[in-house]
Write a protein that binds this ligand. Sequence first.
Ligand code: SF4
Length: 405
Amino acid sequence: MSSSNVPSPRRKSVGVKVGPVMIGGGAPIVVQSMTNTDTANELATVQQVEQLALAGSELVRITVNTKEAAQAVPGIRARLDDIGCHVPLVGDFHFNGHKLLTAYPDCAQALAKYRINPGNVGHGKKRDEQFSILIEMACKYDKPVRIGVNWGSLDPEMLARIMDENARSSDPLGASQVMHKALITSALESAAKAEEIGLGRDHIVLSCKVSGVQDLIAVYGELAEQCEYALHLGLTEAGMGSKGIVASTAALSVLLFRGIGDTIRISLTPEPGGDRAREVIVAQEILQTMGLRAFVPLVASCPGCGRTSSTYFQELAESIQLYVREQMIVWREQYEGVENMSLAVMGCVVNGPGESKHADIGISLPGSGETPVAPVFVDGQKTVTLKGDHIADEFRAIVDEYVRT
Ligand code: SF4
């Protein structure tokens, strides 16, 4: 059995342009996110879109669920442009998207992409009619569409048909395989229908979201084999805090390592009053730790142990990571490739010098019982030994200097 620490080549997919951002077609994997403001509240939505874009979200999805929300979309786009935030906006439509896009052409025009859930378009004849209207709107305004299937809102008629076929099969599938088949069938049949109506393959992105890690891996593995559409990856309803991060990372890492996925969204439930931009940071960190993209210099640091003399090194590691993230807004413009820089902040002499030498810049803080000095390594060489009360400031200055030169 062969093994490799290099991800498989990216699966070939048809590129889809969303404003200036390319999804698939060999383009870098796109990070996207979604607001949780009431879209009708223009100011709050503009603020959150800007916050997500500044954190690094390359597309931002907003709910368009009412006429007030649809009416607000052009104003949101204009306000964002006025403040120099040109991140493409994706409209999330359920149930009444056909009506809103028809009634509010300025909204249809201001959005860069529409997300349609085939399970929430309507039922029976109405489903076909309403789905057709949505696709015709996308054709009319030359907008790409994500056909986003979700296991929580599968088209019940399609699910019943697949269950019925399975029951009559001589080799019936198990319950979870039936669900996988229903998700994939819904996405592929809807995409085929969209193409029949006139939407180009280069205007279609697919997703099939579930909340189980193993299910997500199985579904996307099959979907990837069955089509060339660009794929949006995400574990739906991933959950809060570490559970949401771990589950999303576990699922997406396996798929990304296999070369599957053209854009990702991490669906974290924020803590009350929590920072919505966290989902963007997690998405970036997944891609960066997988070696697929680089966004911000990452800080390696040890966990600390009984040899750690204080919490000082943890505070330094955290403050340096925050510092480089903040500085990236400026650095990115001026210093090409700075996102690839690696940093290390270590707690004592056991692994400190070794790990620090492997980073572009590393510092080994004094552990308990060690001489209170902190050697700094730049490009593998010890350059200076810091001591006293200003180690953090002096280390930041060394990082700044390294970036500038
Ligand atoms: Fe503990 Fe030192 Fe290892 Fe950090 S580097 S975990 S402080 S032994």
